[in-house]
Write a protein that binds this ligand. Sequence first.
Ligand code: HEM
Length: 406
Amino acid sequence: MSDSASYLPDHPPVNDWVNDFDHTDPKWTEDPFPIWDELRAASPVVHTGRFLGCYMPTTYQAVKEISYDTEHFSSRRVIVRDIRPEITARSPPITSDPPEHKPAKQLLLPPFTPDAMKKLEPRVRAICNELIDEFIADGKCDAAARYTKHIPVRAIAHMLGINEKDGDLFVKWIHGILELGIKDDNALMEAVREMSAFFAGHIEQRKQNPKDDLITTLMNAKGPNGQPLDDAHVLGSLRLLLIAGIDTTWSAIGSSLWHLARTPSDRERLVREPELIPTAVEEFLRAYSPVTMAREVMKDTTISGCPVKKNNMVLLSFPAANRDPAMFPDADKVVIDRKENRHAAFGLGIHRCVGSNLARMEMIVAIEEWLKRIPDFRLDPAGKVTWSEGTVRGPRQLPVLFGKAS
Ligand code: HEM
């Protein structure tokens, strides 16, 4: 359970998951998989009166129908929250609908090509080893606090041209926006304000002294009208890259290590056959997908035969889609050499993830470097694994012991 569970007074515990689901309930946070199975068995689309009215598609097919239907389902709100305040801060392209979406997305694609990732890979490998150097002699660590958390923060800071050590600030803002912000508007606004002020400073600096980094690239990019982007657009894109790129990847690496800590046969196989790691990473992405998004229903429609009414939100659970047995045989098993794996962890349709090449590279490198130096490890029975709640799910405390169990 995450520390934001203390914000729960107006969230009574759930007694009827099918008609009254709540994705911030501690039971969901701890172990959502049986809950999704129950919902899927009841209907391809379920509804809750919480969050001012919200649907959840439970099958791969229903998630796909909604993802591809930008006419009825808007991205102007992408987090299911208790309140629906006026929309002030936008983060194109993730909060954009057509026709604004496409040009905003195209601006962000060039820095994340596979070739660009190849150039970044040695730095990410070095970051992983610098982190391992700090705790390996202790024979144990909290792998979330000491390892998984820092890899995406430092990688994106490196790309942006910002001091890698400023990562702690990024983590605090993201927690305020994605977790506390579900129920606490002040926490959300404060995080957005601080983050915007930080980047506004960096933009000003680069107006005087342009650098060879992602912030400068965005400042020089031309918008759809052929004019350079205004500062607000650059700021929105930078905010989005941090929000979208950090705790997503941190969570995905963490869930992978959590699985390997509890599954010696898979761990030993990956140590013996490191060439299987990229295939295993796809399976970890499927089975422990971290990202659940949202849409707002703009017009009444039907999804997989179920009526869907406007003014409700939609909890768009790519993770639940990835556990649908109609799409994936043995959906509840983690099969690290799964052959056919068209998972939806990076989304479906026009909003598919911009950073998937970066995320995959970071996951592969983080697991490779960890297994090279710590081939044997297990959960520390004296500690407790905790999971984040809400939009992004992953371990936030992951205490592990190194070496073979005696
Ligand atoms: C394992 C890690 C990651 C996962 C599972 C993930 C997942 C997702 C998903 C599901 C979406 C679709 C959102 C929607 O449909 O509303 C998305 C969009 C996006 N992601 Fe990722 N992401 C990851 C890492 C990253 C990274 C590293 C970056 C960049 C630094 C990034 C940048 C973006 C952006 C900019 C979008 C918006 C794309 C659009 O609206 O067209 N993501 N991501």
